[in-house]
Design a protein around this ligand. Structure first.
Ligand code: ATP
Ligand code: MG
Length: 423
């Protein structure tokens, strides 16, 4: 019996992991420029945390969560709820009135696995807590757009407002009567949703339902004056920063906690898995979790989808690289090489050697495969002359390097190698 990873769970192996590291590095640099600090939370939380924040009548809570029924704990399906729990538990709201936090890590949802949809997937999640200004919404979307741009991806930004508890009920009622007029033409999911969460009918993926709701009333026409002003200010700010966006009245997001601004970063290059990232404002949520009335807004980018887009764009996987390969031939030379390699690593170089006593030809092959910039060859002749041969693998030029007895100070050798390799 072969043991395999679970369906929908994936290893990220060398050759691919370099792309992940590059995306994370770019993201960390971008987040830092906008004043965000990292926070890391556990992947297990009380089930109640997600039920209360994400909402009972959502796909996630209804059918996608990995919950241990006997313990009433759940593998986090998204980061916002856990992050807010940590924010409240550690009194971060008392320390600083506005907190800008980001986190990167795995999330778990029991979905049908397909391209860009896994059961363990990874998000880069950013949240601003304690700020109500529409300029914060603008800044967040601009940051997401900047990061995607820096990764070389062209992704479009779609924007909507979901209003607030003051204006949404009237819209909901209006929408419900629109839905009820054509309820028979809707899919079973939508028939059910029309009772629990009628807004979700607007973003049903079913083509028939989409056609039915084309003429549905728009929440954008039902906003109270506070929400309308906020929405207008968000759009003005995006225009001021030159961030391109389009309005989408059908975007309602699958989570209950959103208010006002909601947005998605959309790609045309991943089929049905079109959302690369999504987020919005959740002004009542911190209160709902037992905290003070602190407004919040955030978004999450799906790492797998970013990686797929980058792989589609550029087929070349990042090549290996190490600074130096030391080829020691024969027992005495290999022994000298062994301590030399260790010391060079301590001096900051990435260095490899063969530990199996293989011949020169084989070792040169290993050096090539490892992408070594230089190879230091130490055979018996070199050892007795006290001079190793350093070959530049790009130019093929060779030069001599002083060697000393393995039991003596190797400083001359180290200095010579560092000078050449570090330029
Ligand atoms: P979708 O409509 O594709 O199911 P979603 O609305 O459920 O997305 P969010 O909860 O907003 O997604 O999560 C933010 C981002 O996380 C998504 O835009 C997507 O890039 C990524 N994501 C969500 N679920 C998965 C998954 N199962 N596998 C891979 N990435 C995912
Ligand atoms: Mg989903």
């Amino acid at each position: 019996m072969k043991l395999k990873a679970l369906n929908g769970f994936k290893d990220i192996i060398p050759g691919e992991v370099e792309l992940w590291q590059a995306v994370e590095t770019t993201a960390r640099q971008t987040f830092a420029r906008f004043g965000f600090s990292e926070i890391r939370m556990p992947v297990l939380e009380k089930t109640e945390l997600f039920a209360r924040s994400i909402g009972e009548a959502t796909d996630i809570v209804e059918k996608e969560m990995y919950t241990f029924v006997d313990k009433q704990i759940t593998m986090r399906p998204e980061a916002t709820a856990s992050l807010l729990r940590a924010y409240l538990e550690h009194g971060l709201h008392v320390q600083k009135p506005v907190q800008r936090l980001f986190t990167i890590g795995p999330m778990f949802r029991h979905e049908r696995p397909q391209k860009g949809r896994l059961r363990q997937f990874h998000q880069m999640d950013v949240e601003v807590l304690g700020a109500e200004s529409p300029l914060v919404d603008v800044e967040l979307m601009a940051m997401g757009a900047m990061l995607l741009d820096q990764l070389g991806l062209s992704v479009s930004l779609e924007l909507n407002s979901l209003g607030c508890p003051d204006c949404r009920p009237a819209f909901r009622k209006n929408l419900l009567s629109f839905i009820n007029e054509r309820i028979e033409a809707l899919c079973d999911d939508c028939k059910r949703r029309s009772n629990t969460n009628p807004l979700r009918v607007l973003d049903c993926k079913n083509r028939g339902c989409r056609h039915q709701v084309e003429e549905a009333p728009s929440i954008q026409d039902h906003l109270c004056s506070g929400c309308a002003d906020h929405f207008q200010a968000v759009q003005n700010g995006l225009q001021q920063l030159g961030v391109k966006y389009s309005l989408n009245k059908f975007m309602v997001r699958g989570l209950d906690y959103y208010t006002r601004t909601t947005f998605e970063f959309i790609t045309g290059d991943l089929g049905a898995q079109a959302a690369v990232g999504a987020g919005g404002r959740y002004d009542g949520l911190i209160e709902r979790l037992g905290g003070p009335a602190v407004p919040g807004i955030g978004f999450a980018l799906g790492m797998e989808r970013l990686i797929l887009l980058l792989q589609q764009k550029d087929e070349t996987s990042s090549a290996n690289h190490c600074d130096l390969f030391v080829a020691g031939l024969g027992e005495a030379a290999a022994n000298l090489a062994f301590s030399l390699v260790h010391t060079l690593r301590g001096n900051g170089l990435s260095v490899l050697m063969d530990l199996e006593g293989r011949g020169l030809k084989n070792q040169m092959k290993q050096a090539n495969r490892a992408g070594a910039g230089h190879v230091l060859i130490i055979g018996e002749d070199e050892l007795s002359k006290g001079q190793g041969i350093l070959r530049n693998m790009v130019t093929q030029e060779q030069q001599e390097i002083p060697l000393s007895d393995p039991n003596l100070d190797q400083q001359a050798t180290i200095d010579a190698l560092l000078a050449i390799i570090n330029g």
